[in-house]
Design a protein around this ligand. Structure first.
Ligand code: ZN
Length: 231
């Protein structure tokens, strides 16, 4: 498991960071914030990979809209408490579990990570268990081409996360009452699905993986047309 270090001009990095902080304060929607009594009203709980190519704003603006949980390989177990807070206390009507192409965590969990620090090993072990679970129930075959294979695994991993969430009786009840929709999404950064770079597909809804079933979810409106899977 290795990755090339980024070469960066430190001064530019600091200046950009300051500019970013200033821009946030400048563009801050204060009037709306005050109207809402300074509280948070997120509508989406998002579980995504920490990968910097998977930014939360792939689903639009973030401020007071998205309750975000990010960890390597987008694992429910690694951020379970935070996720349940979003679903059960903040009551977001939508939960998105997003996987992506070329996921380093999926690749690392599929290789030897025994030399990593304990905390990292623990998180990768969780990813590894999810992959094993996903492959166990998969009746198709994984591609010989790494690029496709790891994206297939990322897709199966999303399914496993959603099934795990549905194993929580309170979450299941919300889904049953249609107060919560759990969407599985695949951010195809590398055009593995063939529809173009950075397209997001809907691979799962409330545990349903059948594309026609996903497309039949009238509650999803035109979003349902994004239904697509490799596996
Ligand atoms: Zn990733």
């Amino acid at each position: 498991m290795s990755h090339e270090k980024v070469v960066v001009d430190h001064n530019i990095l600091i200046r950009e960071l300051e500019e970013g902080l200033d821009a946030f304060a400048q563009d801050f929607p204060l009037a709306n914030f005050q109207k809402g009594d300074y509280k948070q009203y997120p509508v989406i709980t998002l579980l995504a990979c920490s990968d910097s190519r998977v930014p939360g704003n792939m689903v639009g603006s973030l401020f007071n809209r998205v309750f975000s949980i990010e960890n390597i390989g987008n694992q429910v177990k690694t951020g379970e408490g935070s996720i349940l807070y979003g679903l059960l206390h903040l009551g977001t009507p939508i939960m998105i579990v997003s996987g992506h192409s070329d996921c380093g965590a999926i690749k690392a969990a599929s290789s030897d990570f025994s030399g990593e620090p304990d905390a990292l090993k623990k998180e990768l072990e969780t990813v590894k268990e999810s992959l094993a679970e996903g492959v166990k129930t998969f009746t198709g075959s994984l591609s010989d081409e790494d690029k496709v294979k790891y994206t297939q695994l990322a897709e199966l991993n999303v399914d496993v996360q959603i099934d795990y969430l549905l194993g929580n009786p309170e979450v299941k009840e919300l889904v049953g009452k249609k107060e919560l929709f759990i969407l599985g999404a695949m951010l195809d950064l590398h055009d593995v699905y063939g529809g173009g770079y950075a397209k997001t597909y809907l691979s799962n809804i409330n545990g349903e993986k059948n594309l026609d079933t996903i497309k039949g979810f009238s509650e999803l409106g035109s979003l349902a047309a994004r239904a697509n899977r490799l596996t």
